[in-house]
Design a protein around this ligand. Structure first.
Ligand code: SAM
Length: 284
């Protein structure tokens, strides 16, 4: 496993976990899926040797990926999730009573099935919600053919190696721009910037021709090692990002959204990026 980690994401450096009990291990049609227990992180899910989510710190990632776009939007009704097979984003999206329908496009049915079984608190029954439609497909195929319009689109993908690679392409971003409402917002996990700076600069370059405003926000997620995790933010409506702290708080209260990491002040601050990230984007 250690050899795989080093070779797959950060050559020459890796992270290791003790496996107290392996709950599931299988080469699916798309990737190598392992779910195991670890004494510090609880149940952990890995794909192709890269940690995807752990019971202990998943709330940081899922709350920031979900509530930053959802509370920036005055009334998100139709939501699209790409990837996200563990169900954590879906759980958070469904906390918003404004939501009428959620489409989730996940390439690998096995991730959904095994996470419902071994990480049940991630989805907390969300896949059974009548507002949810699950499509098993590559996210790129879906957005290419989709004629619907969404208020919020969240790409909770793997890194741009293996099946996740297509979710960082210009073709995918063009498809997203077509299915995003003119007042909607798209967010995407964009890697740990210190370790994956080319991912930030490439995404910025590829998103810019498709949207009026492209930027990033950040959060530190302990098991995504190497510094801050960056999230791409793209929209045709730049006003969404300037929603005031008071308005965000009012929406959070009105919608009854209880969180463990997200706060409107954290939301606002998350768009303040370190100089090295801004310099790298501007240097391209
Ligand atoms: N939070 C994690 C991270 O940043 O490390 C990622 C979460 S994991 C649930 C990502 C999901 O994206 C996986 O379930 C994987 O099967 C799915 N996925 C990867 N490539 C995809 C594609 N091309 N289309 C749809 N889903 C994809």
């Amino acid at each position: 496993m250690k050899k795989q980690i080093q070779e797959s994401l950060y050559p020459g450096w890796g992270q290791s976990f003790g496996m107290d009990e392996v709950l599931f291990e299988h080469q699916t049609d798309h990737q190598h899926l392992v779910i195991f227990n670890n004494q510090r992180w609880g149940t952990v899910m890995m794909l192709d040797g890269v940690v995807q989510t752990t019971e202990k710190d998943e709330f940081i990632y899922h709350e920031m990926m979900t509530h930053v776009p959802m509370l920036s939007h005055p009334e998100p009704k139709n939501v699209l999730i790409i990837g996200g097979g563990d169900g954590g984003i879906l759980r958070e999206v469904l906390k918003h009573p404004t939501v009428e329908s959620v489409t989730q496009v996940e390439i690998d049915q096995a991730v959904i099935d095994m996470c419902v079984k071994y990480l049940p608190n991630h989805s907390s029954g969300a896949f059974e919600d009548p507002r949810v439609k699950v499509v098993i497909d590559d996210g790129v195929n879906f957005v290419d053919q989709c004629e619907e319009r969404f208020d919020v689109i969240i790409s909770d993908s793997t890194d741009p190696i293996g099946p996740g690679e297509s979710l960082f392409t210009s073709r995918f971003y063009q498809g997203i721009a077509q299915c995003l409402d003119k007042n909607g917002v798209f967010v995407a996990q964009n890697g740990v910037s210190f370790m994956q700076m080319d991912e930030v600069t490439t995404s910025h370059q590829r998103l810019t021709p498709c949207f009026k405003e492209v930027t990033f926000y950040a959060a530190a997620v302990p098991t995504y090692v190497g510094g801050i995790m960056t999230f791409a933010w793209a929209t045709q409506n730049p006003e969404l990002q300037s929603t005031s702290t008071d308005d965000l708080l009012q929406r959070q209260l009105d919608r009854g959204i209880k969180t463990n990491y997200y706060r409107p002040a954290v939301h606002q601050a998350s768009f303040a990026l370190p100089a090295y990230v801004i310099d790298a984007i501007e240097a391209v």
